[in-house]
Design a protein around this ligand. Structure first.
Ligand code: SF4
Length: 511
């Protein structure tokens, strides 16, 4: 067993002028949200409304948000994750997590109307947690309330904080309170950081296995390609700094190292709850990331200054890495007009790299909200003529596609589908762009390769379009012996029938 360590954390009161506090709260308009409020979840929903402000749409337009928390829990060693929610939601979440390579089982506490309304569901969850809490196997158990148990007020906060030394973390992640799965990763990470910070303040904690003790470290906030932290570590070395853990972490003790840092680099700028915990621990936050030449230059300067490094060492770090980035960018320039949209949270960083690589980028839409930690990237992009849309809706992404008629559309599944139908080459952001290195010289070279290969494919899309043109589209698509005849009268008949039924149902309700 490693020697316990004492991490110096000074408590700082929450800043009333912080973005989280300033965002205020907005009432959740759905029935589920008002049911949840009546059932005692107002505090949670108010906090989510401040941390993850909504708009222009109130509901997620991507996958179930709880997937983000589930994925973070399933990736952690010695951690069990239990869902409490409707069977259909749990089925979808389990399916998706295994599709994305989860190597662990998803726990589930089923319910019915009776166990839900009588409070028996909470007792079932408590029993399940007690049955799982084996300190030989686990450091932590995560319980996630989905929409229905949150709306019914199932009080996970009443679960024991720990059982036999196994920590218990209960969180509500309803679709009517957390807008994207990216922000749901922050909900769980923030809850875990809070727990770990309280443990540290109560006394020495077990030392993490791979702790760097001889140099100050920089914690990286937000998921990234596994090679990126290694590259960032090499950029930091000339300043006498080392790279710390990436949050969301892979095991409990990494939370202690994450909190024991010189500064936090908010690579994903929307981790509001996690940032609150780091700030409460007295750790400074730096926005943006080392992407492209200018991005890396200003990031190294901010990190160095924040960590109290001498300007000569900051310059030494720049002199090592910046020429290599410039060379990578000029070796593989990107030529073409591009629109970009996604829901992972790294959209603005990818956008910067595209512009620095020479792309004519017109639009970047992200499903994530605006925070002060992405201001540098937003201002840089806007000054380079790029329209930046936070909390972008699908409709806004599609409008941008039609307005700019790009040579390449990078986007979510429906955007990619619309682009391909219009003979525009398209790449899916989540699988093909955000899952590759972005930082330093490796990022510049790797991104250009995939983008340029896609842009030159335009002629194949035109060929496919011409080839399939004769088979029609919509409900006329297909190969027919006779051209299908439209029968608008059938549709009109069905419409009238439905209107009649609706009228009858209404008068039954009133009668
Ligand atoms: S109802 Fe709620 S928990 Fe279920 S899939 Fe939809 S957003 Fe997720």
């Amino acid at each position: 067993m490693n020697k316990p360590i004492d991490i110096p954390i000074k408590v700082i009161a929450a800043d009333p002028a912080s973005p989280a506090a300033a965002a205020g709260t907005c009432g959740a308009p759905t029935e589920m949200a008002s049911a949840a409020r009546q059932a005692g979840k107002s505090e949670t929903l108010d906090r989510y409304a401040a941390d993850y402000p909504k708009g222009p749409h109130d509901q997620p337009q991507s996958m179930c948000p709880a997937f983000g928390s589930l994925r973070v829990g399933l990736r952690m060693r010695r951690t069990a994750t239990i869902l409490s929610g409707s069977a259909c939601c749990v089925y979808g979440l389990t399916f998706t997590s295994h599709f994305y390579g989860a190597r662990r089982s998803v726990g589930y506490v089923p319910f019915n109307s009776e166990t839900l309304v009588t409070g028996k569901l909470f007792e079932d969850i408590r029993d399940a947690v007690h049955a799982q809490a084996d300190p030989q196997r686990l450091d932590a158990i995560v319980v996630i309330n989905l929409c229905v148990p949150t709306a019914s007020g199932v009080p996970l906060q009443l679960l024991p904080k720990e059982i036999n030394g196994v920590r218990v973390i209960g969180i509500d992640v309803p679709g009517f309170g957390v807008p994207t799965h990216a922000e749901a990763k922050d909900v769980l990470s923030g809850a875990m950081l809070r727990y770990a910070r309280e443990e540290i303040m109560a006394g020495p904690v077990p030392a993490p296995k791979n702790r760097v003790a001889d140099r100050p470290t920089i914690t990286l906030l937000g998921e990234m390609f596994p090679a990126d932290p290694v590259g960032i570590g090499m950029m930091l070395a000339p300043m006498g700094l080392a790279v710390g853990p990436v949050v969301p972490v892979r095991e409990w003790r990494e939370l202690y190292t994450a909190l024991d840092c010189a500064a936090v680099s908010a690579i994903h700028p929307f981790y509001t709850a996690s940032i609150r915990e780091f700030e409460a621990a007295g750790r400074p936050i730096v926005g943006s990331a080392p992407v492209g030449f200018e991005g890396t230059e200003s990031w190294l300067q901010s990190i160095g200054r924040t960590a109290g490094i001498a300007q000569s060492s900051i310059d030494a770090a720049k002199n090592v890495i910046l020429p290599a980035i410039r060379a990578a960018i000029s070796k593989t320039p990107i030529k073409g007009r591009i629109t970009l949209s996604g829901y992972e949270g790294s959209e603005l960083l990818v956008a910067r790299l595209l512009v620095e690589s020479g792309a004519d980028l017109r639009y970047v839409g992200t499903a994530c909200p605006r925070t002060s930690w992405s201001d540098t990237d937003r201002q840089w992009l806007e000054s380079n003529g790029v329209r930046v849309q936070y909390r972008a809706s699908l409709e806004q992404d599609l409008d941008a596609l039609h307005e700019f008629a790009p040579d390449l559309a990078i986007g979510t599944t429906p955007v990619v589908q619309a682009a391909k139908q219009a003979s525009i080459p398209a790449l899916y952001f989540t699988n093909l762009i955000s899952a590759r290195p972005l930082m330093g010289p490796a990022g510049a070279g790797s991104l250009a390769q995939v983008i340029n290969a896609a842009i030159v494919n335009k002629s194949r899309f035109d060929q496919m379009h011409t080839f399939f043109e004769s088979v029609g589209d919509g409900d006329n698509a297909g190969v027919w012996e006779e051209t299908p005849k439209a029968h608008p009268e059938f549709r009109e008949h069905t419409r009238r029938q439905l209107a009649k039924l609706q009228k009858a149902r209404k008068s039954e309700e009133m009668g």
